[in-house]
Ligand binder design. Structure first.
Ligand code: MF3
Ligand code: CO
Ligand code: CO
Length: 262
């Protein structure tokens, strides 16, 4: 498989969409406190993206009803914001936003501790974050795509965590989810052993579980929970492959560290 790299005009647009997605997560940071509903988080993210001339990519995507995903505690991904879900002290939450700006997608997510969070949960979040960053560090023009999954799996499993198999990172540009599929574990599939080239854009978004990697989709057809109901954490960046490494397009322009001093 060959991944079509983006030209410099496309990369500029990718960078702008990605920066806006990152700024949306920066904006929401001070609001993540006990008592806020995930509905309110969605509303704030929605308004911020619209105000900055972007379209929230998840709204209406395959029928998804909201402008971001909010995944609390044992929810692995694709939690649907709701008035009924009120954050409480000790929760951990992932907020995942994708902005479409000038036709291009920028996709990113972070974990937020709610109030006082247990050491077990902090370690989980820290692990998900370092797995993502270590995987990003393997990327450069000429490196192999499957180094990403190998790196994440080796690190997470050495610490006793499970790496989710059912959802992966993805190429993106004008299209939200395009080739390549970016696995977060090592599958041995030769189709994953491909060389990366300068200008390719894709996400790395490992979901790391305290217990089993297995999840199940809830009645609403979206929310994915861990089978054993132990907690899960995820971070996501959109990156562009460069000659000697990669550009993290969804880095916080405010200089917020992604992992908020975990
Ligand atoms: N933002 C998610 C991703 O990282 C996709 C969410 S799709 C939705 O790829 F429909 F659930 F919103
Ligand atoms: Co993504
Ligand atoms: Co995302």
């Amino acid at each position: 498989m060959r991944i079509k790299p983006k030209n410099s005009v496309e990369l500029k647009k990718m960078a702008a969409a990605s920066e806006l997605a990152a700024r949306t997560l920066d904006m929401i940071t001070p609001h993540i406190k006990p008592g806020i509903s995930t509905e309110k988080i969605d509303q704030l993210c929605h308004e911020f993206m619209i105000k900055h001339n972007a379209v929230p990519a998840t709204l209406g995507y395959r029928g998804f009803p909201k402008s971001c995903c909010t995944s609390i505690n044992d929810v692995i991904c694709h939690g649907i914001p709701s008035e009924k879900d009120i954050l409480k002290d000790g929760d951990i939450i992932n907020v995942d936003v994708t902005a479409i700006l000038d036709g291009y997608h920028g996709d990113t997510s972070r974990m937020y501790p709610v109030g006082d969070v247990s050491e077990e949960n902090r370690l989980l979040m820290r692990t998900a974050y370092t797995c993502m960053m270590d995987a990003i560090d393997t990327v450069k023009s000429g490196s192999f795509l499957d180094e990403i999954g190998k790196t994440i799996q080796t690190k997470a499993e050495a610490l006793g965590y499970g790496v989710v198999r059912d959802y992966c990172g993805h190429g993106l540009g004008r299209v939200f989810h395009e080739d390549p599929m970016v696995l977060h574990y090592y599958s041995g599939d030769p189709r994953q052993h491909i060389r990366l080239r300068k200008g390719s854009t894709f996400t790395i978004e490992p979901m790391i579980n305290i217990g089993t990697f297995d999840g199940e989709v809830m009645e609403d057809d979206w929310t994915v929970r861990t089978k054993d109901r132990k907690n899960s954490a995820q971070y996501e960046h959109t990156i562009a492959v460069t000659e000697g490494g990669s550009d993290i397009l969804t880095k916080s322009p405010e200089g917020y560290t992604d992992n908020l001093d975990l």
